[in-house]
Design a protein around this ligand. Structure first.
Ligand SMILES: O=C(O)CCC(=O)C(=O)O
Ligand SMILES: [Fe+2]
Length: 222
């Protein structure tokens, strides 16, 4: 057994846009597998994981939410498009993780301290799942989005704020990577063009497929 191979070394951080930062290898394997365990619990309910329907078509990604339930295209406390159950609370550990993510990606201490995400979308991608280019714009707050990836690698396309087309940057999000986009990049179009099967590292807790968790501040009351 080799102790490490070149592709296991954490890569360099990059900034694909103003306020957008990719930090490879941010979560340890232990943290990743713990989060996967949490994800498995969330998936069972009270609102079970499901493929959201967009204009009558199921997305290829399956999603379970925390704090606020996202459905195309709004946030509600009850999953009125699934089973009417109330969404799980937003966990404190994730608020702390979100603040650390901002601090470590170049946001000021004041910005990090004020960051209080109140919703997370936890997505599961099987090897055929994709996510088309879109903006995250159902939130009233323009606070940054903190994205965590676990499991198989994907090609993540990070674009511009004007439209779905070029210019964009394609980057590889691997298990444990952090991606933050805020300030002038907060409304950048982005998507997942493909998942790369059999690329998850041993010990991340996920055998096949990819989990992505995005924390957000909704700016909603109630
Ligand atoms: O899976 C990803 O990396 C991105 C997910 C995403 O853009 C979203 O959930 O809005
Ligand atoms: Fe998104």
């Amino acid at each position: 057994m080799t102790l490490f191979t070149p592709d296991m070394e954490p890569g360099e951080r990059s900034r694909p846009g103003p306020g957008a930062v990719h930090i490879p290898g941010w979560l340890t394997l232990e943290q990743q597998s713990w989060i996967v365990g949490q994800f498995r619990q969330w998936s069972t309910g009270p609102v079970p994981i499901r493929a959201a329907k967009v204009r009558g078509h199921e997305m290829s990604v399956r999603t379970v939410c925390l704090g606020w339930h996202w459905q195309p295209y709004k946030y509600t406390r009850e999953a009125t498009d699934v089973n009417g159950a109330r969404v799980l609370p937003f966990p404190d550990w994730m608020v702390r993780l979100g603040r650390r993510a901002l601090r470590e990606s170049g946001y000021t201490d004041a910005e990090a301290a004020a960051y209080t995400p109140d919703t997370a979308l936890a997505n599961y991608y099987d090897e055929n799942a994709r996510m088309g280019m879109h903006q995250d714009k159902d939130e009233r707050s323009l606070a940054p989005i903190v994205s965590l990836s676990i499991g198989d690698e994907c090609t993540f396309r990070f674009g511009n704020t004007e439209n779905r087309n070029k210019p964009y940057t394609d980057l590889r999000l691997r298990s444990g990577d952090l991606f933050v986009f805020g300030s002038a990049s907060r409304l950048a179009y982005h998507g997942v063009t493909r998942v790369h099967p059999l690329t998850a590292p041993n010990g991340c807790g996920l055998g096949t497929g990819r989990i992505n968790i995005t924390m957000r501040m909704t700016g909603l009351q109630g």
